[in-house]
Design a protein around this ligand. Structure first.
Ligand code: NAD
Length: 488
C-alpha cells in the first residue's frame, strides 16, 4: 500500500495525500498549510481536481456493495474497532487538530476526541437495533427497510474538523454508505490522519475515501458528481447555495448544517450565576462555533447585575497559546478570517456600538482577537444580523416575553437558542415560539446523538442525529405484502 507524502506535526506523522481505494495518491497542485498557532508550515496538501474526485467516487462505488452487504452487525464490528482506534490515537489527533485549526488542546482531549469516537460507536450501535414498527393496512402489511443509499459526499468545515467529520462519517458508514470526505482546506490534517486510523482499524479499501483541496474546485467537483447519492454539508449558507445549485442538476438529496446567530436569553427569574458562567462559555473555540449564543438578550430588570458579572467572568478568560493548559481562547483559524472578524467589529464600533469588553485584536498579535461584548447595538445592524464566527457577542435588553421572542426570531438564522429562566411554564411557552433547530433551557451545548440536530431558515436543510441520520443516508423503503398471500 502506498503511504504517499507525509509530514510531521508536533511529533505526529500525518499523511498529506488523498486517500482513494485504500491508497495514498497525489493529484492536483500542492498548496502550503500554516498553523494559526505559530504560523509554522505544517505541510503541503494537494488541491484535488475533477479527475481525483472522479476516481474517489468510483472507488466508493466499487466498495459500496460489499460494505452494504455486511449488514449492520458486520459493519458494526469494524466500526467498533474504528471508534476504539480513535480513542487509542486521541493524543495524536489532538496534537494535529490544535496545530491545524488552533482549537484548545485540553478541550479537544477532554471532550473532542471522546465525542469523535462516540460519533462512530453510537451510530454503529443504533444501526444494529434500527427498526420501524410494522404498519398494518386494510389489505397489506407494510414493513419499512433502511437500505443504504450508495455513495455519500461529506463536506466538512474548519472549525471542528474531527468532531464534525466523524459526525457525518459515523452515521453514513453505519447506514451502509461508502463515503468521500472533503476536509476543510485550512485545516486538513486531522481528517487525513483519521483516514489512516480507519484503514488500520480494518475499514475495507474504498469505503472511506478522502479528497483534499479547495472548496471551489474539489468540493464543487464532488457535489456536482452524478454518481454521488447523498451530500451532507456543514458550512456557510453562501457555500450551501452553490452546492444546492450543483446538486439540483442531478437531484442529489442533500442535508445542510449551516451558520447561526443564536439568541441567548436570560430572564430575571434565572439562576444568574449559571447564566453568566454559560454566557462566558460562548467564547469557546474563539467563538468559531456555529451553535454559539452570540446575541445576549437580557431582561432589563437584571441587566446591570448580569452585565457586571459577565464583564468579570470574561476578564478571567485566558487568551493564549491553545497548546498550554489553562488557555480558554486560542487564535482565529486564518489571517483572512481574522480580517473578517476585525472588520465586523470595526464597522459596529463606527456605527455606535460600545465595547463592554474587548473590541480589538489581542496584544498577542497573530490571529488572536480579544473576547468582545458590544452593547448599544440596533436589531437591524450588521453586527446583530450577520454571523461573525469569532469571539464577539452583542448584548441587548428586553422587558417582556413578547419583545424577546421578536428579538430572538429577528434574524435570517434559526440554528439554536439558549434560554435561562426559573419558570417552567415560561420556558415551554418561549421554546415553542422560537424558530430554531435546538432550544437549550438552563443549559448549553448538550448534544445527545439520539436527538435530531439541524437548523431552521438559513441555518440548515434537514435534520441529522439519531434515526434522522438514517432517514437521510438510507433509501427508506416500504415493502407492502398482501395479507395471507403466501403459500409457503
Ligand atoms: P465554508 O462554507 O466556507 O466551507 C465549508 C466546506 O465547504 C469546506 O470544506 C470548503 O472547502 C467546502 N466548499 C467551499 N466551497 C464549496 C463548493 N462550491 N462546493 C463544495 N464544497 C465547497 O464554511 P467554513 O468557513 O469552512 O465554516 C464556517 C461556517 O460553517 C460558518 O457559517 C459556521 O456557522 C458553519 N458551521 C455550521 C455548523 C452546523 O452544524 N450548523 C457547524 C460548524 C460550522
Amino acid at each position: 500500500m502506498s503511504d504517499g507524502r507525509r509530514t510531521t506535526i508536533d511529533g505526529v506523522s500525518v499523511p498529506c495525500d488523498h486517500l482513494i481505494d485504500g491508497e495514498r495518491v497525489g493529484g492536483g497542485e500542492l498548496y502550503a498549510v500554516r498553523s494559526p498557532v505559530d504560523g509554522s508550515h505544517l505541510g503541503d496538501i494537494p488541491d484535488g481536481n475533477a479527475a481525483v474526485v472522479d476516481s474517489a467516487v468510483a472507488a466508493a462505488r466499487r466498495a459500496f456493495p460489499e460494505w452494504a452487504a455486511l449488514g449492520p452487525d458486520g459493519r458494526g464490528d469494524i466500526l467498533d474497532r474504528f471508534a476504539q482506534a480513535i480513542l487509542d490515537r486521541a493524543q495524536d489527533l489532538v496534537m494535529v487538530d490544535t496545530a491545524d485549526n488552533g482549537s484548545v488542546r485540553a478541550a479537544m482531549l477532554h471532550v473532542g476526541t471522546g465525542r469523535s469516537a462516540h460519533n462512530v460507536k453510537f451510530f454503529a450501535d443504533l444501526a444494529r437495533t434500527l427498526e420501524h414498527p410494522p404498519i398494518e393496512g386494510p389489505v397489506a402489511d407494510n414493513s419499512v427497510r433502511y437500505d443504504p443509499s450508495g455513495v455519500a459526499a461529506l463536506i466538512v468545515p474548519w472549525n471542528a474538523p474531527l468532531m464534525l467529520g466523524t459526525w457525518k462519517i459515523g452515521p453514513a458508514l453505519a447506514a451502509g454508505c461508502a463515503v468521500v470526505v472533503k476536509p476543510p482546506e485550512w485545516a486538513p490534517f486531522s481528517l487525513s490522519l483519521l483516514g489512516e486510523i480507519a484503514t488500520e482499524a480494518g475499514l475495507p479499501p474504498g469505503v472511506l475515501n478522502i479528497v483534499h483541496g479547495v472548496g471551489e474546485r474539489t468540493g464543487a467537483a464532488l457535489v456536482s458528481h452524478p454518481d454521488v447519492d447523498r451530500i451532507s454539508f456543514t458550512g456557510s449558507p453562501d457555500t450551501a447555495r452553490a452546492i444546492a445549485m450543483a446538486a439540483a442538476r442531478n437531484l442529489t438529496p442533500l442535508s445542510f448544517e449551516l451558520g447561526g446567530k443564536s439568541p441567548f436569553i436570560v430572564f430575571d427569574d434565572a439562576d444568574l450565576e449559571l447564566a453568566v458562567r454559560t454566557a462566558a462559555a460562548q467564547f469557546m473555540n474563539a467563538g468559531q462555533v456555529c451553535l454559539a449564543g452570540t446575541r445576549l438578550l437580557v431582561q432589563d430588570t437584571i441587566a446591570d447585575r448580569f452585565t457586571d458579572a459577565l464583564r468579570d467572568a470574561t476578564s478571567k478568560l485566558v487568551v493564549g497559546d491553545p497548546r498550554v493548559e489553562g488557555t480558554n481562547i486560542g487564535p482565529l483559524i486564518h489571517p483572512e478570517h481574522f480580517e473578517r472578524v476585525a472588520g465586523f467589529v470595526e464597522r459596529a464600533l463606527a456605527s455606535g456600538a460600545k465595547p463592554l469588553v474587548g473590541g480589538k485584536p489581542s496584544a498577542l498579535g497573530g490571529s488572536w482577537f480579544e473576547p468582545t461584548i458590544l452593547t448599544g447595538v440596533e436589531q437591524s445592524s450588521e453586527i446583530v444580523q450577520q454571523e461573525v464566527f469569532g469571539p464577539v457577542l452583542t448584548l441587548q435588553t428586553f422587558s417582556t416575553e413578547d419583545e424577546v421572542i421578536e428579538l430572538a426570531n429577528g434574524t435570517e438564522y434559526g440554528l439554536a437558542a439558549t434560554l435561562f429562566t426559573g419558570d417552567e411554564a415560561r420556558a415551554e411557552r418561549v421554546a415553542a415560539q422560537i424558530v430554531a433547530g435546538t432550544v437549550w433551557i438552563n443549559c448549553f451545548y448538550v448534544r445527545d446523538l439520539a436527538a435530531p440536530f439541524g437548523g431552521s431558515r438559513r441555518s440548515g436543510v434537514g435534520r441529522e442525529g439519531g434515526i434522522w441520520s438514517f432517514d437521510f443516508f438510507c433509501d427508506v423503503k416500504n415493502v407492502a405484502v398482501r395479507r395471507s398471500s403466501f403459500t409457503s
